[in-house]
Design a binder for this molecule. Structure first.
Ligand SMILES: O=C(CO)COP(=O)(O)O
Length: 261
């Protein structure tokens, strides 16, 4: 497929703004410009770091993009602790993760909330990275594909076909997140392929072909090549490995088809 793979580093709740600047600088220093014609790289720092990353990226004309890890479903007002889509857009964010399993689990986000956040992102010109994924018991019961498809459809509910173009889908099996237990490339391909078919069924083949479907869960430089070699895996959402500059740049270079920097 002609579209560029996307490697997005989800920093989760790690790094203060000074550490964020240091990591972003290291990534920029280690990954020469030539790679950016073959891979899109994004970092997703905590809210408190975004302004610092923006200053660095804009000031030094760095070629990676950045975004946030969450967004309020509301536009403005009395929602203590929330951060709105317009605030993120003003900071130059391109992406925002929505429906990550850690938010579903620790903050009780259900499919309806996730859908409202997807819509809030699109309304403000941000590209939502809509995360879906099953827990171990659902996989063992053989219900993983059905579960992920249902989360996808619920997350996209009410969107116009044109809006779906700006959505990135990320398959993140919960049992593979932070566990070192990566899905086999065949397992990841099975679900990513099913998600793409679901998009084709609902929104048409063109949208489905254009959409980026990522895999996330214990992605490292050792497994990225095989994962992005699958027909329906267009990149990765990377947690732990995105916090180590050397490992992350190696991973990005491999997703670009090499050579290593
Ligand atoms: O949750 C993830 C990315 O959003 C995956 O995390 P790990 O890469 O640490 O398993």
């Amino acid at each position: 497929m002609a579209k560029l793979p996307l490697i997005a580093g989800n920093w989760k709740m790690n790094l203060n703004h000074l550490e964020a600047i240091a990591l972003a600088q290291k990534i920029a220093f280690s990954l020469p410009e030539k790679y950016f014609s073959k891979v899109e790289v994004a970092v997703l720092p905590p809210f408190t770091d975004i302004r610092s990353v923006q200053t660095l990226v804009e000031g030094d004309k760095l070629l990676f993009s950045y975004g946030a890890q969450d967004i309020s479903p509301h536009d403005s007002g009395a929602y203590t602790g929330d951060v709105s889509g317009s605030m993120l857009a003003k900071l130059g964010c391109t992406y925002v993760t929505v429906g990550h399993s850690e938010r579903r689990e620790h903050h009780g986000e259900d499919d309806e909330t996730v859908n409202r956040k997807v819509r809030a992102a699109l309304k403000h010109g941000l590209k939502p990275i809509l995360c879906v994924g099953e827990a171990q018991d659902l996989r063992e019961a053989g219900e993983h594909v059905e579960h992920c498809n249902a989360q996808l459809i619920a997350g996209l509910k009410g969107l116009k076909t044109e809006q779906v173009r700006d959505v990135v889908v990320a398959y993140e099996p919960i049992w593979a997140i932070g566990t070192g237990k990566v899905a086999t490339s065949a397992d990841a391909q099975q679900v990513c392929g099913a998600l793409r078919s679901q998009l084709a069924e609902k929104y048409g083949q063109e949208i489905a072909d254009e959409a980026r479907v990522l895999y996330g869960g214990s992605v490292k430089s050792a497994n990225i090549s095989e994962l992005v070699g699958q027909p329906d895996i267009d990149g990765a959402l990377v947690g732990g490995a995105s916090l180590q500059a050397d490992e992350f740049t190696k991973l990005c270079a491999l997703a670009a088809g090499g050579p290593l920097p």
